[in-house]
Design a protein around this ligand. Structure first.
Ligand code: CA
Length: 492
């Protein structure tokens, strides 16, 4: 038992895979993640199988696809599936397992196999639990002030953080995680999960980090001709939910605020690494860093997630092995196709623990690799599906039976839709079969034999939710208890 490695698993919320300097981004500052990429392996073809918070986290925690765990929508009041969780597997293997930050499970105090969790749930006390970050703020004498900056949890307004720096949720999460490492039982290995709630909006970075980007030449959103034409219902809904036409300098300012939240997390990671080093644990700790999904940040006129373009579905994935472990190559870029379902079997394998047979994922280390990755999001007219072979990505919108095929090697910015183009017919047909093979539920009605048929798209005027979905108010006294099944703030 003594030589089993510790495991530090860090997840960010809504961080696109391309926002890494190590991946060639021109503006983002990620010195710590770049350093970790040099120490280990970076996976540039890493995807969120269902790029929405709750389904993505169910995939991470159980190593399963959305079909297995039962959510490809966003079901805020659905309990975790009766499957072994990554935390439970570590505990069954003799580990202590602790977590800090956002879990997004229901009920919120479900510990999903961990010994204990310190929660920061982005201000959802109305779902039944006052989280640990809210309790901390109350103890500092600022109960209920978390959202008095006025910014929105699902929108792109921004301003500097309104409370002292140490009260920022990124600092709180880091501090509690460092304490968790220091308070370990020294006789047993540990599985530590640190789950940051940013760069997900509200866009409230520390002023110091906004200043860091003041002189930076910040990139503008990607454009494509297809995005100016008739759009599938799922994209129309997104456009209707975030209708503002920003000017270029405003788009850059939004990105500065978002990047500032990223760099703040990047720097805070150094506190965790420093703590591991000073506790003499760093060489014997496996580190895995990823996000649950990305954010379009205005690419193609789209915002947030729920779509399979690179900004939304591609995620950072960094793996650092223990010192001298030949299973994780150092300073290496591994182009194999990986998903969030692979996190659990990867970590268990590196710890020498058995991977339960319920797991759909494949360890990211070792010989076994997948040929294609299937992604799925939403059940209705907003449904979108992805079939990816590592180079080509086929996106299907069943409403209107709309297809898009991109060659990411030749066209990483997804500007040219190759669906139906001569010369790509074989590739398209092969990827269409991925949809046929993976169809379940309502999808079976959208396929005839081995042919995608979809269903007719209705034209309708979208009113959205008057565009205040995700807006928090004063949180002391507590906001009223809410119906947990009601989703607030999704485009629809
Ligand atoms: Ca999320």
């Amino acid at each position: 038992m003594k030589n089993q490695p510790n495991v530090l698993f860090v997840m960010m919320d809504q961080w696109p895979g391309k926002l890494l300097r190590a991946a060639g981004h021109p503006a983002i500052l990620t010195p710590t993640l770049d350093h970790l990429a040099r120490l280990g392996t970076r996976f540039p073809r890493a995807y969120s199988e269902c790029p929405i918070c709750i389904p993505a986290r169910r995939t991470v925690m159980t190593g399963t696809s959305p079909q297995t765990h039962g959510d490809r929508e966003f079901k805020p009041a659905q309990e975790m599936p009766a499957l072994p969780s990554v935390a439970q597997c570590f505990r069954d293997g003799g580990y202590q397992a602790y977590a800090v930050g956002k879990m997004h499970v229901y009920p919120q105090r479900d510990r999903i196999g961990f010994d204990d969790i310190l929660l920061a749930e982005e201000g959802r006390p109305q779902l039944g639990a006052v989280d640990d970050y809210d309790m901390y703020l109350a103890e500092q004498g600022v109960a209920g002030t978390q959202f008095l900056h006025g910014m929105n949890n699902n929108d792109y307004l921004f301003r500097p953080w309104h409370l002292p720096e140490q009260m920022h949720v990124t600092n709180w999460t880091t501090r509690e995680a460092a304490r968790m490492i220091k308070r370990r039982d020294p006789r047993r290995p540990a599985f530590w999960h640190v789950s940051y709630t940013h760069p997900h909006p509200p866009l409230v970075p520390l002023a110091a980090y906004m200043d860091m980007y003041e002189l930076a030449h910040v990139d503008l959103p990607q454009k494509a001709q297809w995005a100016d034409g008739a759009l599938p219902a799922a994209l129309q809904a997104t456009r209707a939910h975030w209708p503002t036409q920003f000017r270029d300098h405003e788009l850059q300012a939004i990105r500065r605020a978002f990047y500032a939240l990223c760099t703040h997390i990047d720097h805070q990671l150094r506190v965790l690494i420093g703590t591991l080093r000073e506790e003499q644990l760093l060489d014997n700790t496996v580190i895995l860093i990823c996000s649950d999904h990305g954010d379009m940040l205005g690419d193609f006129g789209l915002w947030a997630k729920r779509v399979f373009y690179e900004g939304s579905a591609q995620i950072p994935m960094l793996l650092v092995g223990t010192a001298g472990d030949p299973r994780v190559a150092a300073n290496h870029v591994d182009h194999r196709l990986v998903g969030l379902q692979d996190v659990m079997p990867t970590l268990l394998s590196l710890a020498g623990l058995p991977v339960p047979s319920t797991v759909d994922g494949i360890p990211m280390v070792g010989e076994q690799q997948r040929q294609t990755l299937y992604g799925e999001c939403k059940e209705n007219e907003l449904a979108t599906r992805m079939a990816h072979d590592g180079r080509h990505k086929l996106i299907w919108y069943p409403a209107g039976n709309h297809l898009q095929l991109f060659d990411l090697q030749e066209d990483p910015a997804e500007t040219v839709n190759l669906a139906g183009v001569a010369g790509y017919r074989d590739i398209q047909q092969r990827l269409e079969q991925v949809f046929v093979e993976n169809a379940w539920g309502i999808d079976r009605e959208w396929i005839a034999g081995d042919r995608l048929v979809g269903f007719p798209a209705e034209s309708k005027v979208r009113k959205g939710d008057r565009h205040f979905g995700g807006q928090r108010g004063m949180h002391y006294p507590l906001p009223p208890l809410d119906d947990p099944t009601r989703t607030v703030g999704s485009p629809g």
